[in-house]
Design a protein around this ligand. Structure first.
Ligand code: ZN
Length: 202
């Protein structure tokens, strides 16, 4: 029987969920609360659902002090939420850079459109820059939908270029079962957070 994942309680809404479905926070050496998206930082963790409202509730009710069993200075929920969003973006960006290093990324609207039309069996993910021209963006989204390929709109042309070590890139495509699965999970989490979803008990 597969080992059950340990559960933790959200300090905002008190729901108990598997650790991987929650956001982990730790106490930094300076005594402030910081998000730990990689679940790697040492020390006691406090958990919330992956949404802004549970972070707010935790801050308002000073649940972090209780969870860390020490007097924690009041955290600004907006600041923590912005930090979580930035960390989520950094994770997506680092997976994209890794996939690129592994030779699994192509970029540019012509190349991506050709790739979509070839319709190879390997799993794909199309990432469109938020500042892509509307025409090209809509064309590529329609083509991706036609071939059942996931697509997401995030970041900017400038940032994609920087991540790939190239000039401006309005669209990039990842072709790799492993990277696409991981990135889809990260992107779902990020989108849900931005949409204000992710709590089962709202
Ligand atoms: Zn919650």
């Amino acid at each position: 029987m597969p080992k059950e994942e340990p559960k933790r309680t959200c300090i905002g809404c008190r729901v108990s969920l598997e650790k991987s479905k929650l956001l982990r926070f730790v106490l930094a050496p300076d005594g402030t609360v910081v998000p730990d998206l990689m679940n790697k930082l040492p020390g006691r963790g406090a958990y919330t659902c992956m949404n802004a409202s549970c972070i707010s509730k935790a801050c308002e009710r000073n649940q972090f002090s209780r969870a860390f069993k020490s007097q924690v200075p009041a955290s600004d929920p907006k600041e923590l939420q912005a930090w979580v969003i930035r960390s989520m973006e950094e994770r997506i960006a680092s997976y994209l850079a890794l996939a690129n290093k592994a030779g699994k990324v192509i970029s540019g609207s012509d190349l991506v459109a050709d790739m979509l039309r070839r319709n190879t069996p390997v799993k794909k993910l199309i990432l469109l820059a938020a500042d892509i021209s509307e025409d090209i963006g809509n064309k590529l989204r329609a083509l991706a939908d036609l071939h059942g390929v996931e697509h997401a709109t995030l970041f900017t042309k400038d940032y994609f270029g920087e991540l790939l070590g190239k000039g401006l890139r309005s669209v990039v495509a990842v072709q790799s079962d492993g990277f696409v699965n991981t990135m889809n999970t990260e992107i779902d989490r990020y989108r849900n957070f931005l949409r204000g979803e992710g709590c089962t008990y709202e």
